[in-house]
Design a protein around this ligand. Sequence first.
Ligand SMILES: [Zn+2]
Length: 150
Amino acid sequence: MLKGLGRWLRAAGYDTIIADNGVADRELIEQARDEGRLLITRDRKLIEFRDARKHVILLMSNHLQDCVRELNKIKDIDWSYRPFSRCLLCNHPLREADPGQYSQIPEESRRIAEQKSERVYWCDHCNKPYWAGSHVRRMRKTLSGWQDCR
Ligand SMILES: [Zn+2]
């Protein structure tokens, strides 16, 4: 339900697992407990489990921006924590790309990255490069705007 919010938390650098559809409620709670995670959900049923309140954050809002506001009130989220330090697709920590891997990003983007001395990052799990293109710049702007979104 909150996959979009999950991806934004990843973009901010938080270690975020996005639950697959159809995973049993009990399993989700157990995973949160065992891995010391907070389970962010809109599913009321999840707070009915014993001890759930320690591990579950229940949001009421339906839209991303409202969820962010609600989450900011409940938890001290730092949306500028470590932006773009994790893969948005798989959550794997990114590392700086090897020189050879630079060749895998579009020539134009590579040229701009070199001009601005911007680093290119790499997900070893997805074999995917990340660079500070216009999309990333827009996302960074959104993230910093959420810092004071209350
Ligand atoms: Zn990845």
